[in-house]
Design a protein around this ligand. Structure first.
Ligand SMILES: [Zn+2]
Length: 321
């Protein structure tokens, strides 16, 4: 079966490999095959990113977003140098370098990581090598500095190279002033991981919300490093509280240019499925019985067409209710 979702294989990313059912051939595989694939999944993702094109979406003021290397990457350009929000996957360096050059000749001077995941921070090392100072929430630095085991991916990540470790961290909030933009970095508290931050570009009215929001697809939630379904909902509420009707919202994954109405729909989907799963778990249904009861059924046609499929998403929610 091929995914009917409009998102193509170039969106394949580490956050999605929990399902581990989407093979290099572009087809779905059996669980047994998926298990065999899991060992080489990082190579698989790198291979995929290495050949994927980068698509540039110009937003407004001097801000754009790159789609095609892991999570959605925001770029602020100007005479102070370029600021990137997330780094994508390292092997995309040639395509990202070209796409950056098309936005202007100034060097990359700053990089912010929305969280520690590979598909958002793997490019840290090369971006640092060309001059980027890396800024992140302190838990992101901690996760990038030490071995991380992600249970749902059955994978141990080694510590990042020295240059890839954020050199500046903050606990709750940090402001930046670059290229005429006021930029605010704000920690959500535990959400998709324990280090997620939002990035607000005040004058342009643009909000990058990292992996607290997956536009049009069920999200991955990383319980191994502090994420939870309730944390995701709390983060969505925080995003809705600061967004205005004309705010451009950049999600971590999915269609890269979104808005408050679509975000509200995502939040309501999370809350409804959380409640459905809790109603099944509370009287004692097992995880498999809960999956079999299809608590996501009302939402699957819209949200369940990507690699975090309905069963997998139900299991993630079940873990947190
Ligand atoms: Zn992530």
């Amino acid at each position: 079966m091929r995914s009917p979702h409009p998102l193509s294989r170039r969106h394949f990313c580490l956050c999605c490999v929990g399902a581990a059912t989407y093979a290099a051939t572009g087809g779905w595989v059996t669980p047994r095959e998926a298990f065999a694939e899991a060992r080489g999944i990082v190579s698989l993702i790198k291979d995929s990113a290495a050949t994927s094109a980068i698509v540039t979406h110009k937003l407004r003021n001097n801000i754009s977003v790159f789609e095609g290397s892991g999570g959605n990457i925001a770029i602020l350009t100007g005479s102070d140098g370029k600021l990137l929000i997330d780094a994508g996957i390292g092997v995309s360096r040639p395509q990202i370098t070209k796409a950056l050059a098309e936005l202007g000749a100034e060097p990359v001077t700053h990089l912010v990581n929305t969280h520690w995941h590979f598909d958002h921070a793997d490019g840290n090392d090369w971006l640092h090598s060309v001059g980027a100072k890396i800024i992140a929430q302190e838990n992101t630095r901690k996760h990038l500095s030490t071995v991380q085991r992600v249970e749902d991916w059955d994978y141990n990540f080694l510590p990042s190279p020295r240059g890839a470790i954020p050199s500046e961290t903050f606990k709750t909030e940090r402001g930046l002033k670059l290229n005429g933009s006021s930029i605010r970095l704000k920690h959500y508290g535990p959400a998709h991981t324990d280090g997620d931050i939002s990035v607000t570009f005040s004058e342009a009215n643009i909000l990058h919300v990292g992996d607290t929001y997956w536009n049009g697809i069920y999200p991955f939630i990383d319980y191994s490093t502090g994420g939870s379904i309730n944390g995701m909902i709390t983060a969505s509420d925080a995003n809705l509280a600061v967004a205005r009707n004309d705010t451009i919202i950049i999600p971590g994954h999915g269609r890269p240019v979104s808005n408050k109405a679509e975000l509200r729909e995502f939040r309501d989907m999370l809350a409804a499925i959380r409640d459905n799963v809790a109603r099944l778990k509370k009287p004692g249904k097992s995880r498999d019985e809960t999956v079999a009861a299809k608590p996501t059924a009302d939402f699957d046609a819209k949200w369940g067409q990507f690699v975090i499929d309905p069963g997998y998403f139900t299991r993630l929610v079940y873990q947190g209710v």
